[in-house]
Design a protein around this ligand. Sequence first.
Ligand code: HEC
Length: 414
Amino acid sequence: MRSKHTLLRFGVAFAVLAGCDSAPEAAPAEWYGVVEPIVRENCSGCHSDGGIAPFPLTTYEEVSMVAQWVASAVEDRTMPPWLAGQNCNEYKDDISLSDAEIAAISSWADAGAPLGDPSKALPPPESEPMGELSRVDMTLGMHAAYTPTVSPDEYRCFVLDGPESNLYVTGLRAIPGNAAIVHHVVVFAIPPGQVDAVEALDQEDEAEGYTCFGSPLGGNGMVPMLGAWAPGASSAEFPDKTGLLVEAGSKIVIQLHYNIQNGTGADQTTLQLKTETEVPYPAVFRPFTSYNWVLDPETMSLPAQETTTHTFTQNISEPGFIHGTTLHMHTLGESGSLTLQRDGTDNECLLDIPRWDFHWQRGYQFTDPVEVVPGDQLEIRCTWDNTTDSEITWGEGTSDEMCLGFIYATADYE
Ligand code: HEC
């Protein structure tokens, strides 16, 4: 996957350079050979029939018709949706565009979207959607279809069966029943001791599933997250030889974020899991935040009509390897970061989100795991713009805020 991507980028850089060589002014990029592969790799996963984007970007006709619009979206880096800033760390399955790719699209749009040489056309796209697991060991489904009714966004949890014996999840993928409305799926493993609480919430709500915005337990604490799935060019296989334990008797809860601006109707989503009975390096997906904020929400106060930053730093007490991370705020978030501070060396940037967007949260897996030792410190930083007229504090509700990191880590790694 990675190598294919790198090759594509190489192709683009080469095409742009070749243009520079042959003329004093760089020749504009053409659709065939340059723009088509960028769009196929980075846009069509969402911008196609039945995808979550409101219009298709698959053929020359479709893309050239909105060429200027496409160019401005990629220049602003609002598309493709990838929140991690440049110049921080390197991630697997990075769908963001390189400067050369953005320049190629801009030059193509400015030149009136030239078609180029059809002999360089890509073969028709494979009909299989992107992001397939290399192996599917378990398929779990919602027990009945659900039709979202809240516009534009609705968050709902569904309780799925869990495994009958202990196993490690090593990859996951959601298959939306109705791709036009499924924006995002977060997967939780509910330990046996908390299954009753979740089932009670499920039973209180008459329709399939129950309303849940934060944790599947409502305001009553956190449960282990297995991962998140978002449409587009992302695969959700965990780092090689690692996996997350799900105990026998657990239930799996999927939290669906529905958006009904671009489609309506019922959905019945399925979850595919790749599993192992043993893994060489068991992992944890650990929340990282200040206990003060959780226990005394006023300590994370965001005064009305102000921009506020809160940070929290903690010593790392055990040696280990961090393989990936993600950051979570609610809708007033503006920017955020996770940084490793090491004795005597420069700070190491794990994740930097210069422009937070609640709708595009995802996990970021490092290309190379980061080794940590006791004494290193982890810092989380969140900045919000509280445009409301009330003070906001920590909480699970839609009108509360959070500053929460997640770290995918193993004690050991090769
Ligand atoms: C992960 C899914 C996804 C990918 C990948 C993606 N888009 Fe989008 N795009 C969307 C959605 C959904 C919208 C609708 C607006 C929104 O929800 O932000 C959108 C909106 C747009 C718009 C409308 C203007 C705007 O900024 O909202 C343009 C133009 C666009 N996309 C171009 C692209 C291009 C070009 C690529 C590839 C380089 C791309 N998109 C990749 C999902 C995606």
